[in-house]
Write a protein that binds this ligand. Structure first.
Ligand code: ZN
Length: 216
């Protein structure tokens, strides 16, 4: 059975409260050309359609500064299992395996962490995971809060393999990916994928070859 990992697009906040800056026209032309050439085997075009032609991702200099991911233990949340920490850590390893210019590193606490993973018993809106992104006006992501539920919308407890699928999906959002229309991809809204597909990897690689910002 598919695990609903977010029926909605990841929500985001712009620090300045205004919309993301447009790329200048030369950068925009170059980016659109690249998407035309390489986007066909990815879901980047679907992401642009879903998100009003805006791309968000972490800045390039993150290659030298790992993104610290704090996976907070929370025994007070009903249904929390120690295994879930390892499930998220495993998903971190899969995304690191793509070879992007961002490197995720598990951090022991949330102090200074760019990505914080927390737990709740249930989420609203018929979903099991959500990612809340904060970005700068020019487009780079600067902070993400990932919330994972210990129970599916129908009330059944999330199993470890489902948590792997959820974590892969939400960490994909955390690095800037939107939803894929293809069922087998980790970023399909109702994912059950416990491995990244070549489309997941290719979309992430293409995203990180483009500048963040609005392509409108
Ligand atoms: Zn999602």
């Amino acid at each position: 059975m598919a695990t609903r990992a977010g029926a909605d697009a990841p929500s985001g906040t712009d620090l300045s409260g205004i919309s993301t800056d447009r790329l200048d026209s030369a950068a925009r032309t170059k980016a659109l050309h690249r998407i035309n050439l390489e986007g066909g085997s990815t879901y980047l075009p679907a992401m642009l359609a879903e998100n009003d032609s805006v791309l968000h991702r972490w800045a390039d200099d993150r290659a030298r500064r790992p993104l610290r991911v704090a996976i907070l233990r929370d025994d007070t949340v009903r249904g929390f299992r120690e295994t879930f920490i390892a499930n998220v850590a495993w998903a971190i390893g899969r995304w690191n395996g793509v070879g992007l210019p961002v490197w995720l590193e598990q951090s022991p606490d949330s102090t200074g962490a760019e990505i914080v993973v927390t737990w709740v018993e249930r989420l609203d809106s018929n979903r099991t995971g959500r990612s809340d992104l904060t970005w700068q006006r020019r487009g780079p992501i600067i902070k993400v809060r990932v919330t994972l539920a210990t129970h599916l919308p129908d009330g059944r407890p999330v199993q470890p393999t489902q948590m792997v699928a959820l974590a892969l999906h939400e960490l994909g959002h955390a690095i800037g990916l939107g939803h894929s229309p293809v069922r087998s991809d980790a970023l399909f809204p109702e994912t059950s994928a416990t491995e990244l597909t070549s489309r997941d990897r290719g979309t992430a690689a293409l995203l990180y070859s483009l500048p963040p910002g609005s392509l409108k």
